[in-house]
Design a protein around this ligand. Sequence first.
Ligand SMILES: Nc1ncnc2c1ncn2[C@@H]1O[C@H](COP(=O)(O)OP(=O)(O)OP(=O)(O)O)[C@@H](O)[C@H]1O
Ligand SMILES: [Mg+2]
Length: 860
Amino acid sequence: MVTGREGLSPVMVGRSAELDRTVGLFAALGDPQVAMVSGEAGVGKSRLVRELTGRLPAGTTVLVGRARPSAPGRPFHVLLEAVEPAVRGWDRIPASLSAREDPLMLLLAPVAPRLAPCEDRQYGGEELLQAGIDLVLELAGDRPAVLVFEDLHWADADSVALLGELAVTAGVPLLLIGTYRPEELSRGHPVAALMAGLDRERTVAHVNLDRLDRAATHELLAAVYQRPVPFRVGDAMHQRTGGNPFFLEELIAAAGSDNPEALERVALPWSLSEAVLARLAGLDPRARRVAETAAVLGQRIPFDVLGGVGGVGEDQLIGVLHELVEGGVLVESEPDVFSFRHELTREAVADHLLGRERRRLHEKALGVLLESGSDLDVARQGARHYLRVGSTHQALRLAELGLTEADTDLDLLEMATRAAWAVGQLGLAIEHAGRWLTAAEGDPPAEVEAMRLLARLYWEAGDRERHEAMVAAAVTTAEALGPSPALAGAASTAAESSMLRGEGEAALAWAERALTLARELGVEDVVPAALVNKGSVGRSGLDMDEREKLLKEGIEAAQARGDHHTALRGFYNLLHLRLYSWPLEVSHATLRQAIDVAERAGRDDWSGPNLATVAIELHVLEGDLTAARAAAAAGRRRSPGQTGHAKYRWLDVKEAELALASGDLDRATALSEDLAPVYGTGTELEGWYHGLRAQLAAARGDLGVALEEIRRSGVTPEPEAGFEAMIAALHAGADASAVRALVAAMREAHCDDGTDPGWPDELEGALREAEGDAQGALEAYDRAVAFPVTRPAPHAAACHLGAARVLVSLGRRDEARARAGRADALLCRWPGPQQAEARRLFAELGGRARAPTTPVPGSA
Ligand SMILES: Nc1ncnc2c1ncn2[C@@H]1O[C@H](COP(=O)(O)OP(=O)(O)OP(=O)(O)O)[C@@H](O)[C@H]1O
Ligand SMILES: [Mg+2]
């Protein structure tokens, strides 16, 4: 069919020194030699490697594996890609490797479908690593050979370790080449650690590629146009691209002419992604559509899938693909399989699409995949793909489909668990995780992985007992492995657990341990969670600024790794930390960012109920009851299910409070009853649950029950859970001394971590008012509203209203009227009993009724 071209310029310009140096390494082979080729995206690392392999003696064995952003953690994925062409057809392990037969069968299973691995033994990483090394040595043979690992910044730790081992295997004539983008290598990345080790042994040649200089840029242009290019044009292009060859190529393609002078005349884009998109803009709309579809589908796009998803007939599609290949957008990487000419092109096109479009394309692709036969591979690949792009419902369907054929497949079980969790099916997620754990038995690192996620799921389901047992099991299993990625992971889970249970010191200690281990061992994937946990701990001795900084670092690290759950936890905890001290616009903007992440990741649990609770708090701060109730309803719509489901626990509490505020006792009661089976004994929520029941009892005038429920609300270290109910009870006529006793008990048990420090003063005002101490009450209410943090509008109003009442009793009616007026104003969007009271008092004092409410900007 069609073939692609590999770069616009037929010759590689400006790199002769680098090329000679690497060719020289090959010529000198006796022991292994290592070349690390680094440079920014598009600078020409892959091109250099290609030219190098072109210069080797005919018949030299060259194995090339590329790391993929889509598979960062998958064990040995780079190695497997490098050996796949050689082993794809194997139906047994060659005799020369018989000593490693079993681990090799297991290792190669993903790329050599005809090998039948024996299922009854699991192999540790070390055995697989040795098998991988022997395999490479066998494939390389006795003559000098080359092994290339491309884009190491996305590589898995096992492939990197293998590279490191090979580098120090004496007597082997092997040239090892790695390429990477330095800007994507964080400090603890396995590759950074590898290079530090190799540097110590002085066995590595660093080949850093800079952008092309002016002369090389001219040369490249001349090579593309097959004739010298005017100096003005060359200089202008050099200035515009800074000498990045990929960007240069894109601009040349965007100008779209055989005439270099045209480069001066046409309006050229200024950024790389703009350049890519400009190139697409020139295409026929049908071709553009196919390109967008391909960008979403990933790196390898089979012809059939492309046709099925794009809804284009076969003949048309062939024409369109011709156009895309001619235009340098796609290449035919294997017969009937297409790829983007460059990953940078795919990224630019995919990023340009809206989340909605992306998701729609994926849904179609799923249909096509399923029709094309439901073999295991489709299920596995598809599920992984959908999880990565946030089409979690599709991922769940595919993983479960795969499990009908291979019900103990660890990958599928993990993906099914994660997908079920993401779509908010907590029970189902727990089931899959349980099977995953059983299937992982005998493979401690895999067990720890399953236990960690299971621990989280139990917590979310409000099952504290099983949660704690699972955390303990993960720690014990991991401790037995010694310092290891599994132990770093288990420590991070222990930190999270302590944090969730309000054990500040333990949380900090575990988070430190996780961070130290992660950095020592180069296991970057637990770093974001460790940072988030550390920043999320209340009562930890860290101040708010330090915590905010940690959380932001954690969020950034999590996003860089595609760890959506941790990023979302970071956002959630950051918002809770700052809601009362940030300007409202900042909170709104941060919340929008979080929702965006949740939507992209297909995390319905987050974009639905979890973040809805934050939205509600924000609307309460603003005093907009209607918006708050709407946010609650929207949260349920995004992740449908019955009330009283574990995933709605916090939402149920918040919504019940809103129902109470609007005087809808029936709804509040129903929600509190739904909560009863799921609030979870010993969880933070338990206190809020009892606080809510106390408020309900107070609203019904049942003071005995109210006080008893308040006492029970003291089980959590969050006094706020009971404060609101205490105030409600006082308003309903509870005896002030009984409430004082409860306050004292609660103070003794806990200290407030001060997210809303206006609370104690509001309560004190209500107590003094009930005790008949008008002056004391007035002072306390004034302190509460003067507190230098944002107070929720209804609470500020309650203080003004209280102040108005005591001012009346002191005979200071003018001041009382002013305060009632302020309460009334604050409650203008808070229809319910409180608003009614403010209006009545204001009117009684001769205040003039407010005009009908006009919406305040920013609260829509
Ligand atoms: N020195 C050069 N002379 C001519 N063309 C070049 C040169 N360097 C790079 N190119 C072309 O620029 C484009 C980008 O180069 P390449 O793919 O090698 O970049 P890279 O550094 O591997 O990028 P990435 O980090 O994204 O993998 C290719 O089409 C390549 O052929
Ligand atoms: Mg490359």
